[in-house]
Design a protein around this ligand. Structure first.
Ligand code: PAF
Length: 283
């Protein structure tokens, strides 16, 4: 595996692969790899001749009071894990490579970013994501890019950028990877102490409870949300948001007639965690 730091190096490597008619898969990451990231790399490895993983803790998607400074960083560990998955290129640029002096462009996706994490974290969050992902697409020009469904809103935002800007890349969303007790894997789980780690399992249990109510035939959003709310309250968790929204448009739903995204965000101990389930209207 080659660790590359500069855009020209990545372009040259991808250009050489393209010359040999190789397909290119990109896994954009901020590092601190866990099984969720590794599942994206495996999917990319299965489907492409050249696999590029980007490792860049993107400062522009962190708010002023968020955890940019504390975000876990261990490039040597990440590189070893990526290499073990058969990744060809780890692109680990400095911030100045991505945002050189004079950088002045911002990609803003209207509408989709007004709700859920966009509302909770502020509009800059998804602007930062959309801008850096578009840059990565421009640098690597992948055939396919892989994202985790845990960041369901991020997947919708990236898909919209691709559609609106006619970017020639297919977006593949991969299933949420969970710990044995159901906690969604996240780089931020390292912030949880033992008590918070136990409490955090309530997020997925709450989503499961709501999904069961929906599977039993309930279609009323308030009733479905109440089932989740009860589990969170029993665990002493006050969610930042717990919402049911259309799975494609993120519009509020009052009845589950189409696939719906049941999404939660909450502070648990020192971590801000998110999780979601897609409720199938046909279930
Ligand atoms: O999901 C992430 O890790 C980040 O938001 C991404 C897509 C790598 C952009 O910085």
């Amino acid at each position: 595996m080659n660790i590359l730091r500069t855009i020209p190096e990545v372009r040259a490597a991808v250009h050489a692969a393209r010359h040999e008619r190789k397909t290119v898969g990109l896994v954009p990451t901020m590092g601190a790899f866990h099984e969720g990231h590794l599942s994206l790399m495996r999917r990319a490895r299965e489907q492409n001749d050249l696999v590029v993983v980007s490792l860049f803790v993107n400062p522009t998607q962190f708010g002023a009071n968020e955890d940019l400074g504390a975000y876990p960083r261990d490039e040597a560990r990440d590189a070893a894990l990526a290499e073990a998955e058969g990744v060809d290129i780890l692109f680990a640029p400095a911030a100045s490579e991505i945002y050189p002096d004079g950088f002045a462009t911002n990609i803003h996706v209207a509408g989709l970013t007004d709700v859920l994490d966009g509302a909770a974290r502020g509009p800059r969050h998804f602007d930062g994501v959309a801008t850096v992902v578009t840059k990565l697409f421009g640098i690597v020009r992948p055939d396919v890019a892989y994202f985790g469904q845990k960041d369901a809103q991020q997947v919708l935002v990236v898909r919209r950028v691709v559609r609106d800007l006619d970017l020639d890349v297919r977006i593949e969303a991969c299933p949420i990877v969970r710990e044995a007790d159901g906690l969604a894997m996240s780089s931020r789980n390292v912030y949880l102490d033992a008590d918070a780690r136990a409490q955090a399992t309530a997020l997925n249990r709450a989503l499961d409870a709501a999904a069961s109510v929906c599977e039993a035939g309930e279609r009323d959003a308030d009733s479905i949300l109440s089932a989740a709310q009860r589990v969170l309250a029993e665990a002493g968790i006050t969610p930042e948001y717990l919402e049911l929204r259309d799975a494609s448009t993120l519009e509020t739903v009052t009845r589950v007639e189409n696939d719906a995204l049941l999404a939660v965000a909450a502070r648990v101990g020192a971590a801000r965690l998110i999780d979601n389930h897609t409720l199938k209207a046909s279930a």
